[in-house]
Design a protein. Structure first.
Length: 118
């Protein structure tokens, strides 16, 4: 049987877990929506709060946008604005966004996730 090897995030922020209204990031519980990067965690007020997302320009190439429990589409104007800043947006559920972020940040890629709570 293959042995599971824990992921080494090398000091980078990882989403450890999540539940109703919270995320645990690098061991710290954060209530509400949040933007997570390898070296930064920023409170976020949701899809209308675009400044923290625009602030990612130059630091990340892809933003995994977690839309809560249900899959949906990111607002087209938000996607266009971030695309103009060089940030590609991938919308998905928040659990999927958290897992995808963890995998890609562990590979050393320039990614972030913006997560709406469940």
């Amino acid at each position: 049987m293959p042995q599971l090897i824990p992921t080494d995030f090398a000091g980078q922020n990882a989403v450890d877990s999540y539940g109703p209204g919270f995320f645990r990031i690098a061991g710290q519980v954060i209530r509400g929506a949040v933007v997570v990067e390898a070296g930064r965690v920023t409170p976020w007020q949701g899809l209308d709060d675009r400044a923290p997302l625009a602030d990612l320009a130059g630091r990340v190439d892809v933003l995994f946008l977690g839309l809560g429990q249900d899959i949906g589409h990111a607002p087209r104007d938000l996607v266009a604005a971030l695309d103009a800043l060089g940030i590609r947006v991938e919308a998905m559920t928040s659990p999927t966004a958290a897992r995808t972020y963890n995998v890609t940040v562990s590979e050393g890629r320039r990614v972030a996730c913006a997560l709406l709570p469940l």
